[in-house]
Design a protein around this ligand. Structure first.
Ligand code: UDP
Length: 370
């Protein structure tokens, strides 16, 4: 008899929620992670009392009250509202695209004036059903917004022409004809008070975790430990890349601790939307939690293509990779002892609330409660 009901590979959000839910139902779980800490990419380092989002900015938002109540049951969330700025050739613009942005671009003050300009630009382009990200963006916001605030950012973020990217990526960006700089449309958003590690610690409380354990290297022995494996790592790596590698975008972060500066940019997120600047954004972490520390930590985010050894951040859901994914998914569907879940195993551009929702739905179904 194996010692555990579940061996959960990966202590990120999917693995932690799964482990929590299974443990609640009296299942015995072991969580392992190849990293030296839990939390996956929501993990934060603490520098001078500032929670630094080590693997990139994470801002929690959801429309789902159950998910909001769920995360708040582990740690209260603050009232942080994401209102990023975009810097393009020395000019600052508000995001997401709203009346403030349109005033900054064209000096228009009324929604009607802004709509007229955008409508005119869209008509001039004469695009039918959008086939890619560029067409999708152009037919939503017209040429000016696209060229100043989308094209450069998107192409450096993805390392591909906007014409070769799927349209859905840009659907994340709202367009509004009100003076509202709130990036998200969701009812609920915020940052855990005291940082994201509190959320992970809450989820994994009293659950056995082993760090610095590499499942891929040690799977022969690890598989004997449990009835079921919950794998949250890269699906292609699970199958030894046998059909080839799924593409990811990776990121390189340059963290700087500015010891003589209390407030570097006055906002948590400033996007650099021109192509010529190699990083996509600068994050100033203290502003996520309204920090009053005498120093500050900033992070420049440089996108790059993923190579073995890099952290895989964003799946590249273009046609080629979706085809390759299907081949791996066929192998996955035939597994009887393995559950695949989360951003890497599902190869999906998931937000945190979606990962949590997916793990909750999975456990509910598994334990037949839905
Ligand atoms: N985007 C853009 N300009 C911006 C911010 C975002 O064109 O200033 C586009 C870009 O295509 C990006 C997508 O919107 O890939 C989603 O960006 P967001 O910052 O919301 O996603 P995250 O990287 O935080 O998941």
């Amino acid at each position: 008899m194996p010692q555990y009901d579940f061996l959960i590979v990966g202590a990120g959000l999917y693995g932690s929620v799964f482990a929590h839910e299974a443990t609640k139902r009296n299942k015995k779980c072991l969580v392992i992670d190849r990293r030296s800490h839990t939390g996956g990419n929501i993990y934060c380092d603490s520098i001078d009392g500032i929670n630094v989002h080590t693997y990139g900015a994470h801002i929690f938002h959801t429309n789902d009250k159950d998910i909001w109540d769920y995360v708040n049951s582990f740690v209260p969330f603050n009232r942080y509202t994401n209102s990023p700025l975009a810097l393009y050739k020395g000019e600052l613009y508000n995001l997401p695209f709203n009346m403030n942005t349109f005033y900054q671009l064209w000096k228009v003050k009324t929604p009607q004036e802004a709509q007229t300009i955008i409508q005119q630009q869209i008509e001039d382009l004469n695009i039918g059903e959008p086939q890619n990200l560029e067409e999708q963006a152009l037919s939503l916001v017209g040429k000016d917004v696209y060229e100043k605030l989308i094209k450069g950012y998107t192409e450096k973020q993805w390392g591909r022409s906007a014409k070769d990217l799927p349209a859905f990526i840009i659907k994340r960006l709202p367009v509004r004809f009100t003076y509202d700089n709130n990036y998200f449309n969701d009812k609920y958003q915020g940052i855990p008070v005291g940082g994201y590690n509190k959320l992970t610690e809450g989820l994994l409380k009293d659950i056995e975790v082993r760090l610095n354990v590499d499942y891929i290297k040690e799977r022969a022995t690890l598989n004997n430990l449990a009835d079921t494996i919950v794998f949250t790592g890269q699906l292609d790596e699970f199958y030894d890349f046998q059909f080839g590698q799924l593409a990811y975008r990776s990121l390189r972060f340059e963290h700087e601790h500015l010891k003589d500066t209390a407030n570097f940019q006055g906002n948590a997120v400033v996007n650099y939307t021109e192509r010529e600047i190699p990083f996509t954004r600068i994050i100033e972490h203290k502003h996520f939690e309204f920090g009053q520390q005498p120093t500050t930590v900033i992070t420049k985010e440089y996108p790059k293509e993923w190579e073995k050894g890099d952290e895989p951040y964003y799946p590249v859901n273009d046609d080629t990779n979706m085809q390759l994914l299907k081949q791996y998914q066929q192998l996955a569907a035939a597994e009887t002892k393995v559950i695949f879940g989360g951003r890497l195993a599902e190869y999906r551009y998931y937000d945190m609330h979606q990962v949590i929702g997916s793990a909750l739905a999975k456990t509910r179904k598994l334990f037949e409660e839905s």
